[in-house]
Design a protein around this ligand. Structure first.
Ligand SMILES: [Zn+2]
Length: 276
């Protein structure tokens, strides 16, 4: 498995966002708490009350109750999905309540772009459905932060999405190798066309691909992928965070001008999410 550094693209979460009170257990001690993170989901319940799924530094995903106050939303934009901030919480004997939000980043620029908004919403939904509650996942939170910062800086959502999917799968130990064949372990060579394919287990090299076509395994089960797409995916997924944005705005952006490569990259992202 490729080794990658934690965190992502636009840098680590700033100090004012990472400064937390470590929580560390599924149910907090009764009383007041503060934690940094992001709103992943919001559910309206009775009256003006809401249930929020927060992704918090030091604690992971957790549902909190945001009580309403008559006719107005007392938390303003602090309960909007994709809003980052410091969440002030109160743990009662039975529930965790939201007392207030100090908003740090609303990502208004991301919300104004349809493609960026779609990518960010997709990450929030994927995390909402897959994250276990009450388990710390700080490297993944950092990856989400970096991905949203890169979106806000104008980096292509296609490149960030492929990077996000692979790095998430890699954090969980589920990512396919982007360098080696899953069948024989040989290196996937770059150069020429249609040298490799995707399978449900990982990349398949040209030699194994030919064997699969001749054998009982139907070609329909394998999705050919071009060398250009393999290289693009490999670069997007594994570049250190400091170099990713610069590369994505130059060489990466140039590569995805080709509609065929763009389509391949989108297929690859879908494929990567299937490993989670
Ligand atoms: Zn092989």
């Amino acid at each position: 498995m490729e080794k990658v550094s934690p965190g992502d693209g636009a840098g680590r979460i700033p100090a004012e966002i990472t400064k937390i009170i470590p929580l560390g257990e599924e149910r907090l001690p009764q009383g007041d708490h503060r934690a940094n993170g992001v709103v992943l989901r919001r559910r309206d319940v009775s009256g003006r009350s809401q249930e929020l799924l927060l992704f918090l530094h030091g604690f992971g995903a957790t549902w909190v109750s945001a009580p309403g106050s008559g006719t107005s939303n007392r938390f303003g934009g602090g309960t909007e999905p994709m809003t980052w901030g410091v969440f002030r919480l109160y743990q009662s004997p039975r529930r965790l309540y939201l007392k207030g939000v100090d908003i740090r980043e609303s990502f208004l620029g991301v919300r104004r772009s349809k493609s960026s908004l779609c990518a960010a919403v997709k990450w929030c939904l994927e995390l909402s459905s897959r994250l276990p509650t009450g388990h710390e996942s700080d490297p993944l939170l950092s990856l989400l932060w970096g991905s949203m910062k890169n979106l806000s800086c104008g980096v292509s959502h296609l490149l960030i999405d492929a990077r996000f999917a692979w790095r998430w799968a890699n954090l969980w130990g589920l990512a396919p190798s982007l360098d080696r064949c899953t069948r024989c372990g040989r290196e996937i060579r770059i150069g020429g066309a249609r040298l490799a394919a995707r399978s449900s287990d990982g990349f398949i090299c040209g030699e194994c691909l030919r064997g699969a076509r001749d054998g009982s395994e139907g070609r329909a089960l394998l999705s050919p992928i071009s060398s250009e797409a393999v290289l693009l995916l490999r670069t997007a997924a594994t570049l250190p965070r400091d170099g990713f944005a610069a590369w994505a705005k130059a060489g990466g952006a140039e590569s995805i001008r080709d509609a065929g490569i763009r389509a391949e990259l989108e297929d690859c992202s879908l494929w990567l999410y299937s490993f989670l």
